[in-house]
Every structure is written in C-alpha cells, then in structure tokens.
Design a protein around this ligand. Structure first.
Ligand SMILES: Cc1cc2nc3c(=O)[nH]c(=O)nc-3n(C[C@H](O)[C@H](O)[C@H](O)COP(=O)(O)OP(=O)(O)OC[C@H]3O[C@@H](n4cnc5c(N)ncnc54)[C@H](O)[C@@H]3O)c2cc1C
Length: 506
C-alpha cells in the first residue's frame, strides 16, 4: 500500500467518517483505514443531539436524517415516552424526562428547534448516511486494513498496517475506546475504573409481558425495554465484564435480565449484533502528540447513559477537521491546531462527569437510592427537567472565545433570512459563513479579502438582530454584532481564518 495522503484517519466509525468528510471539504487529501470488512452494524447510539443534527444540517444532510427519523418512528408505531419527534427529551439515570414539563420556550431550546425532526437517528443508519457523504466527496475508505504500528518523524508519520506501510503527514486515531493509535502514540488514558456490566441487544422475547416498559431500576441493576420491539438494555452494578471481547450469547443477556428484573423471562434469540459495555470513564491526557491526534472514543470513554458518546466524538471531528485542513493548506493562523484540545477537552470532561453522576444515582445501595430520590424530585420540576433536557440536547455547550456578544462561543442558532432560506443552507461547502445584515454590505465587503474560505450571506433585513454573525466551519459563532459597524470582525477573521489574500477594504 504506497499511495500517500496528507491525513490518514484510522477508523471508519461515525467520528472517522465525519472527520474525513470535513477534511475533504476543506481541501485536504485524506484516506480512511478500517480493520473491519463491513460496518459492524451494532446497536449503539439511538439518537443524536442538537449540535450533531445541526452539523448534518449545515452539510445538506438534514433531509436524509429526517427521513431516517420518520422511518424509525413508523417502526416503533407510536412515539415512545420522551421520544416525541417535535420535543425530544431523553433520560437521566433511567428517569425519563417528561416532555410536558419542559419549558420549550427556554431561549436555548427555542433557538435550536429546526433539527427536532432529525434527532432519532440510530447509529447504523447514521454511519450509512455518512459513508455515502464521504463517498460523494471521493475519500477512499480502505477496509480490512488494521493499523499496527506508528513511527512519527518531524515531517510525517510512517503507519504500519496489516496491508503494508503508509506514509502520511498526519494521523488521526478515530479507532474507538481501545484505540491502537492512542497506545502506539504513548498517550495516557487516566480516569475512573469500571464497576458495571451492561448489554444492549434486540431479542426475540418469548414472554415480554414479564418485563415492564421503559426504564426500571432495581436493587440489582437496571433494565429497559423498547422503544423498538425487542430492544433490551440491562446493567448490573457488581463488577465489570470478565472479558469484554468474548462473543455475546443469548444466555448472557437472558441471565443478566433475569437477575436484574427478578423474573424468569425467556429470550429465544438475539437479532443482529449485541453490545457489551461498562462504565470506564477516561479521557486522553492529550488529544495531540505531534502529528498524531485523537478524536471520538479514542480520546474519551464513558458509559452510554443519556446518549452522549457519539455526539461528543462528532463534535471533536467537526472542531478538528477545518483546523487540520487549514494547517495543511497553509492558511492556519499560529496556534490554531492547539485550540482543538483546548476547546474539546472541557466538553469531554463534562460528559464523563454527567455519566459518572448517573452511575452514582443508579447503584442499588441505600445511599445512592436516597440521592436518586432527591434527583427524581428535582427532575419532577419544570426547572429541573428543562435543565436536564438542555444538557442532554447539547444546547448549552459553549467554547470560551473572546467577544462580548452573547452568541459568541455558542453553536449558531436557527437563523432565518428574508428570502426564506436559513443561514445553515449556505454552509454545504464547509467554509466560514458570514451573515451580513449591514445596510451597505460592509461586513461581507471586508471579509472578501479572505477569498472563498468565507461565504458572505447578505440578508435584506437590517432591522433584525443580530446584524452580523461569523460562523466557523464547525458551527461555533466566532463573532457577532447587533450594530451596523464591523467592530471586531477583522480581528476574528485573522484569529480563525488566518491572513487575508489581499488587504481588507473596511
Ligand atoms: C450500548 C451503547 C449505547 C450507546 N448509546 C449511545 C447514544 O445513545 N448516544 C451516543 O451519542 N452515543 C452512544 N454510544 C456511544 C457511541 O456508540 C460511541 O461513542 C461511538 O461509536 C464512537 O464513535 P467512534 O467513531 O469514535 O468509534 P467507534 O464507533 O468505536 O469506531 C471505531 C472504528 O475504528 C476501527 N478500528 C479500531 N481499531 C482499528 C485499527 N487498529 N485499525 C483500523 N481500524 C480500527 C473499528 O473497527 C471501528 O470501525 C453508545 C455505546 C454503546 C456501547
């Protein structure tokens, strides 16, 4: 295998696919190496959060994601509790959040309502959608190629694989929780040890009436049935799995379900690939070691409570893709790549703690049960449920960036334009977006010095606020104003888009 590419992404999971697409859109030459011959198709993430859905939206993939949600809802029959397509909620430690209690007029929720129709996108369908996107962009995915060695030099990395050697300038490990890239790069993975064994599967259940619908917490663990027919998740709080890689049998899942539910429920068979998981919560000591970077589960692992892992990884990929591409194309301002770890580490640390907190209140002991009671009471309030729904949806995420406007550092909200389009409709090619509602088009005129990397979007609605917004390719607002003057815009462009192609005209 001798073909060389600027970036080699290891792993064609959801994170590797998003990263490869973002790199390609930004003009980098990229390939993906994947050890599996076919996608595993395992049932893992059942849905996506707002930043992930909005990332799909900005790349023109929202209609496809909405179609998947429609198909999922049709299969379920009726929307499950907390799965109202217009008002997605979720759960905290198995306590399903009541959509009727949520304050949907909360500004953070109301500002990101457009993607509500694309939140129930299960991981296998998402991966298929992303693989098509990557294929359209011409990125090769080389399957049956396992990375086994890395040798980093000052100008590049020699990658040893089961199919030969690859020379590349940068390597990104998107190779999951047991990341070989992380290990080969010598990056530490500190965190808290596991104490749970969990399974998720779709099963043919002989006597499903013996199990309750939804989440049930018992002194021995917790289980959940549905919302899809036959879908079961079960966890026990005694010990981590003795061997996480051993094949999962129907007896394993049935025995666990019987112990936790206290019934003699019978599973006839498992349909498709089941998953076994635990509550390891670890974060890489660094997301970058020279020319080797980590993203997704390779950079952080935690239990799957509340559906955060895939979203966290997609956020990493969106943040990293344009920055690494800018380095490769020579447009990156100093230190741009270092902002990847700085910006994504706090989100990862928050997710680890959000899931640890859930382990804490789900344990069957008396103290945990008491805390669970207190949390349940809080979640039974409008403020408590709204708080939890906002956290799970990802709408409170914020990057610490310079600037006074309240939008700066947030994911860009739904912004409708006078011509009926939305700002997101203009982001399909992956560049910076500049909304210009200045009376004389002055914002876009100034940004024109940065060439095609900044897409100016004029909106004939000068009375609307904000009057100007600069959105980075990852959807984060880098600059915003309510005034008619571009104060601070030029600094923001220098900071994120690098040097202009010619002198800006103010
Ligand atoms: C039961 C369960 C439920 C979950 N539910 C949710 C949820 O509701 N919401 C959510 O957001 N997240 C959820 N997650 C987490 C989510 O599935 C993961 O966070 C997500 O898959 C991470 O994506 P990734 O691309 O980083 O890694 P992975 O999906 O693990 O992909 C890594 C890829 O790298 C390949 N690979 C590994 N090593 C090598 C190598 N040496 N060379 C080449 N290729 C290699 C693998 O074959 C794989 O294809 C859940 C997880 C589990 C287990």
């Amino acid at each position: 295998m001798h073909e060389s590419h600027d970036v080699t992404v290891v792993g064609a999971g959801p994170v590797g696919l998003v990263l490869a697409a973002e790199l390609a859109l930004a003009g980098a030459s990229v390939q993906v190496l994947e050890r599996l011959a076919e996608p595993a198709g395992a049932m893992k993430a059942q849905g996506i959060n707002v930043p992930t859905a909005e990332a799909l939206d900005r790349r023109g993939l929202l209609p496809a994601a909405e179609a998947i949600q429609r198909e999922v809802l049709e299969r379920i029959g009726v929307p499950a509790p907390g799965a109202d397509p217009a008002r997605p909620t979720g759960h905290f430690a198995g306590m399903v959040l009541d959509a009727d209690l949520v304050d949907w007029s909360d500004p953070d929720l109301a500002a990101h309502a457009v993607v509500a129709g694309a939140r129930m996108v299960p991981q296998p369908q998402l991966e298929a959608l992303l693989a098509e996107h990557v294929a359209r962009l011409g990125v090769p995915i080389r399957r049956r190629v396992e990375v086994t060695a890395l040798e980093a030099g000052p100008d590049g990395v020699v990658v040893g694989t089961t199919a030969g050697t690859v020379h590349t300038r940068w390597v990104v490990g998107c190779d999951g929780g047991h990341s070989a890239v992380r290990r080969l790069a010598g990056i530490d993975f500190p965190g808290t040890d596991p104490e749970i064994t969990g399974y998720q599967a779709v099963a043919d259940i002989a006597d499903a009436e013996k199990l309750a619908d939804g989440w049930v917490v018992t002194p021995r663990g917790a289980y959940r049935c549905g919302p899809q027919p036959g879908r079961v998740a079960v966890m026990e709080f005694d010990d981590p799995p003795a061997d996480r890689t051993a094949p999962i049998t129907v007896d394993d899942v049935q025995a666990s379900l019987r112990r936790v539910s206290g019934t003699d429920v019978t599973l006839r068979s498992l349909r498709g690939a089941a998953t076994r998981w635990t509550d390891n919560a670890r974060q890489a000591a660094t997301y970058r070691s020279g020319r080797i970077l980590l993203a997704g589960d390779a950079a952080h692992v935690h239990p799957p409570f509340g559906g955060q892992g895939l979203n966290l990884g997609v956020g990493d990929a969106m943040n990293l893709g344009w920055k690494l591409a800018a380095v490769l194309t020579g447009r990156a301002p100093d230190g741009l790549l270092d902002t990847y770890d700085v910006e994504r580490r706090p989100v990862g640390a928050w997710v680890l703690d959000w899931t640890r907190a859930q382990t804490g209140v789900m344990r069957g002991d008396a103290k945990s049960a008491a805390v669970r009671g207190v949390v349940a009471d809080l979640l039974d309030t409008r403020d408590g449920t709204t708080y939890a729904v906002k956290q799970i949806a990802g709408v409170t995420q914020r990057v610490d960036l310079p600037g006074d406007h309240p939008l700066v550092g947030r994911f860009v909200p739904d912004l409708w334009l006078a011509d009926g389009s939305r700002l997101a409709d203009h982001g399909h090619d992956g560049g910076f977006l500049l909304l210009d509602r200045s009376p004389d088009g002055g914002f876009a005129r100034l940004a024109a010095a940065w060439g095609a990397s900044v897409v100016g979007v004029a909106d004939e609605a000068p009375d609307r606020r904000p009057t100007g917004v600069l959105v980075r390719p990852d959807g984060v607002v880098a600059w915003a104003t309510d005034s008619a003057q571009p104060i601070g815009l030029e600094d923001a462009l220098h900071r994120w888009a690098g040097a202009p192609e010619h002198q800006p005209v103010g």
